[in-house]
Design a protein around this ligand. Structure first.
Ligand code: BES
Ligand code: ZN
Length: 634
């Protein structure tokens, strides 16, 4: 191939390309033959980048963490692949203070930061001329949306500050000047300095021992030699220790919680093995995790080689480790094969939720897997009942400009789709198809059209079968197709009988039965309780089932939500403590919403608590609760 053609095909190969079955067989070692334009469904509207003109292939960060000023600053050196006639590259940025940009020989390059677009940041355009390597000198804003700086009081140890980042979906542009689009994969490396005795981890492999700089600071270096979408670049720093689980797995956490964290995730090495048996080799080397302070806004985040986890999944009985299975599964669905645009995030989350359930089945058995699948299915039904089964946002591929219907579609309907296919074609065929999907698209972006075409070609035997499977309808139409595989009602037979008993005679399950149930069963019972309860009824439930003293945060959340929905005063102090400590949006947002729904009683409580807790929340959680509470800056 001529150099120009090679460069061009590389450029284009970085954004998903679907040719709807018309693609000629690729020549060896070459994915696409230039000039193929990317299809509209792979066009990311959340980036300013123009990867067809010039794109980043490698990021080299050299940054200092300053906990006093809450700032991250230093240099980012970018390798660029560009058309010969390209004289500019457009990067994403959000609140970055750029002082200068130079080429590899140190010559100053012109740059310009354009107008900020709400929620998207601003384009950082660099006039590169012939330069194909540039260094950006910059500092991130102390308010950078990706970063959360915790005070010592927000940690378990209470002595040292803490920092973590959350990149997905488009937050990393607030601390890394690069092309922040899931279809533009980049390798990266980093040198990070931090004050002693803090340790730094990243979503890349740490190189050797930290270097003592002699000024009370240490330098840590990391390498990610596989191209990743930039939302997967992540950092955490704090007073943390490591403990091994298996030969390639381990967990980081603050010393005060390391034992409990380690016990909870002890099945991880086995999970990696089962996942490999299901869908092929784990391609990232190590699989480590860090259990963060409770301010972390998500349950988990699949940062490569270093999954980030909330501590709120620690229940003391491994009942909530579906979270670990989920983040691990993203090592295939999401990190290996990546949604090219966020409208197709079911390709990440839905496929992962299915994969998660398969891991759970292997590790904990069919019953637990069936129960968790049934909980997931109930979430779809609840959402469809709420927004309507014909709401456009209930399609897996989220149409542009519509309000998404939330996680029940992308996660749970996505999982139900693959589960349905499994029922239709059998496990063996489905598994073989999924495995080749991961193999054939490893380290590439994907779209809904691509997976449809792939299912049509490699799963369905012919057009008639594709029709029968309702592939198009599943991916592109709202609601639940008629062939949906429903969960086995036997999964929750016991608990559903108890729910009926309670609804009929008011008989609360015995404490002994309650303790025997799985967490999924207890969650099912709590979810199916009548939404209106008197204080006496709530008190009776709490007395018998010890709901307010459970160590299981999923169950505690359901209890607090029910209690607040019924203006149950005794639950308020505990809700307040919970909201002051936990920043996980999935818990925090609904609790505030429930309070706000309780008029003169709940709204003043919500506003009072939020005024206290808001500064301790990550930008993601703040954004969600601001809307719910009607917060107006201050
Ligand atoms: N990748 C997600 C978290 C995420 C999604 C961050 C969208 C930003 C935008 C992660 O894998 C996830 O799904 N977390 C869930 C875990 C659960 C489904 C087991 C969570 O945080 O609750
Ligand atoms: Zn996920």
């Amino acid at each position: 191939m001529r150099p120009v053609a090679a460069a061009l095909s590389l450029l284009l190969a970085t954004t998903a390309c679907t040719t709807m079955g018309t693609q000629p067989p690729a020549a060896s070692g070459e994915r696409m033959v230039a000039p193929i334009l990317t299809t509209p469904d792979a066009l990311d509207t959340s980036t300013f980048a123009q990867p067809q003109v010039a794109r980043v292939t490698h990021v080299d960060l050299d940054l200092a963490l300053d906990f006093e000023r809450k700032s991250v600053g230093g240099m980012a050196t970018l390798d660029i692949l560009a058309r010969d006639d390209a004289s500019q590259i457009v990067l994403d940025s959000d609140g970055l203070q750029v002082s200068r940009v130079v080429d590899a020989r140190g010559n100053e390059l012109d740059f310009d930061i354009g107008e900020t677009v709400e929620g998207k940041g601003a384009p950082l355009t660099v006039t590169i001329g012939n330069a194909r390597k540039i260094t950006i000198y910059y500092t991130a804003n102390p308010q950078a949306d990706a970063l959360q700086w915790l005070s010592p009081e927000q940690t378990a140890g209470g002595q040292y500050p803490y920092l973590f980042s959350q990149g997905q979906a488009i937050l990393n542009r607030s601390w890394i000047p690069t092309q922040d689009s899931p279809g533009i994969r980049q390798t990266w490396e980093a040198r990070i300095t931090a004050p002693e005795p803090l340790d730094v981890v990243m979503s890349g492999v740490r190189q050797g021992e930290p270097e003592d700089l002699g000024n009370g600071r240490r330098a840590f270096t990391f390498v990610m030699d596989k191209p990743v979408p930039p939302y997967l670049i992540a950092i955490a720093a704090g007073d943390i220790d490591f403990r091994a689980i298996g030969r390639r797995t381990g967990v980081w956490a603050e010393p005060a919680i390391l034992n409990r964290a380690h016990w909870e995730v002890a099945d991880t090495e086995d999970m990696v093995e089962e996942a490999e048996t299901l869908y092929g080799p784990y391609r990232w080397g190590r699989y480590d995790m860090i259990v963060l302070p409770p301010a972390f806004p998500y349950g988990g985040m699949e940062n490569p080689v270093m999954t980030f986890l909330t501590p709120t999944f620690i229940a003391g009985d491994r009942s909530l480790t579906g979270l670990v299975a989920h983040e691990l599964a993203h090592s295939w669905s999401g990190n290996l094969v990546t949604n090219a645009v966020w409208a197709d995030s079911w390709l990440n989350e839905g496929v992962t939720s299915y994969f998660e359930n398969r891991i759970i089945e292997e590790i904990y058995g069919e019953k637990r897997a069936e129960q968790e699948a049934a909980l997931s299915f109930a979430a779809i039904e609840d959402t469809l009942a709420e927004v309507g089964a014909d709401a456009p946002g209930t399609a897996l591929h989220q149409p542009d400009g519509t309000e998404g219907a939330g996680s029940a579609i992308v996660y749970d309907k996505g999982a139900a789709f693959l589960r349905t296919l499994e029922h239709e074609v059998g496990r063996e065929r489905l598994d073989a198809w999924l495995r080749q999907w991961f193999d054939n698209h490893a380290f590439e972006p994907a779209t809904s059209n691509m997976i449809y075409e792939d299912m049509r070609a490699n799963l369905a035997r012919d057009e008639a079968e594709a029709q029968r499977l309702r592939l198009r309808e599943w991916i592109f139409a709202p609601g639940l197709p008629a062939n949906v595989a429903r969960p086995d009602p036997a999964a929750f037979a016991t608990v559903d009988a108890a729910s009926r008993g309670y609804a009929g005679s008011g008989a609360v399950p015995s404490a002994a039965d309650w303790r025997k149930w799985s967490s999924a069963e207890r969650q099912r019972f709590l979810q199916n309780l009548p939404r209106e309860r008197t204080s006496e009824q709530l008190a009776a439930l709490d007395r018998q089932l010890a709901l307010s003293s459970t160590g299981n945060n999923e169950e505690l959340f359901l209890w607090l939500d029910l209690a607040l929905a019924n203006r149950y005063q005794p639950a308020v102090p505990q809700a307040e403590t919970f909201l002051a400590e936990v920043g996980r949006a999935k818990f925090v947002r609904p609790l505030f919403a429930t309070l706000m729904g309780e008029g003169d009683w709940g709204q003043p409580i919500a506003k009072r608590i939020y005024a206290e807790t808001r500064p301790g929340y990550h930008a993601v959680t703040r954004a969600g609760v601001d809307r719910v509470v009607g917060w107006e800056g201050g």
